[in-house]
Design a protein around this ligand. Structure first.
Ligand SMILES: [Cu+2]
Length: 182
C-alpha cells in the first residue's frame, strides 16, 4: 500500500520534472538583454540637440552681462613699437580703444586667436601718423590669452588677455587694464 502510493507519487514527480524540464526554454530568453547597451548610445545623441534649444530661450540674460563691461584702453605706437606688451580686459568687454600712432609710418592694431594670426578677432584700420584713431570692438567672451599685433610690422606684438584683471605688484590701480581711462 505504502509502496504503491509512493510509486504513484514518484510517477507524479517524474511527470512534474518532465513538465518543468520543458519549461527551461523560456529561461533561454535572458540572452536577449544585450540590447540595452545600444540604448546608452541613443541618449548621447539627445543632449546634443538640447543645447541648441537652450540658447534660444536664454538670450535676454546674455546681453545684460556685456553691457555692464564697457571699458576704454589707451595704446600708442612710437618708433615702430607699442607702448604695451599685454592688455587685460574682462571677457566679453565692449572695448573702446584709443590708438595713438605717433609715427609717420602706418600702423594698426589687430587681435588674433593665436600668434599664427590665422583667425582674426578684430582688425583695426591701418593709418599713418601722427594721428589718433578710435577703435571699437567686443573682446572674446571666453577667458584666455590671445594675440595682438600691428599687421604692418611683425615685431609689434603683444598678449591680449580676457579674464580677471590681475593686480601687478606695486600697481596703484587694481585694474591695470582700465588704468588708461582718461
Ligand atoms: Cu606698425
Amino acid at each position: 500500500m505504502v509502496s504503491r502510493a509512493f510509486g504513484l507519487t514518484s510517477v507524479f514527480l517524474m511527470l512534474l520534472i518532465m513538465l518543468i524540464g520543458c519549461a527551461p526554454p523560456p529561461a533561454a530568453t535572458p540572452p536577449a538583454p544585450p540590447k540595452p547597451p545600444a540604448t546608452p548610445t541613443t541618449p548621447a545623441a539627445t543632449p546634443t540637440a538640447a543645447p541648441t534649444v537652450a540658447p534660444q530661450s536664454t538670450p535676454p540674460p546674455k546681453p545684460a552681462t556685456p553691457a555692464a563691461q564697457a571699458i576704454s584702453i589707451y595704446i600708442s605706437a612710437e618708433n615702430i613699437a607699442f607702448d604695451q606688451k599685454e592688455i587685460v580686459v574682462p571677457p566679453g568687454a565692449r572695448v573702446t580703444m584709443i590708438f595713438n600712432n605717433k609715427d609717420a609710418v602706418p600702423h594698426n592694431f589687430a587681435i588674433y586667436e593665436t600668434s599664427a594670426a590665422a583667425k582674426p578677432i578684430f582688425v583695426g584700420e591701418t593709418f599713418s601718423g601722427p594721428k589718433v584713431m578710435e577703435y571699437k570692438f567686443t573682446a572674446p567672451s571666453s577667458a584666455g590669452a590671445y594675440f595682438f599685433r600691428c599687421d604692418v610690422h611683425p615685431t609689434m606684438t603683444g598678449r591680449f588677455v580676457t579674464g580677471q584683471v590681475p593686480a601687478p605688484p606695486g600697481a596703484a590701480t587694481a585694474t591695470p587694464g582700465t588704468a588708461y581711462d582718461y
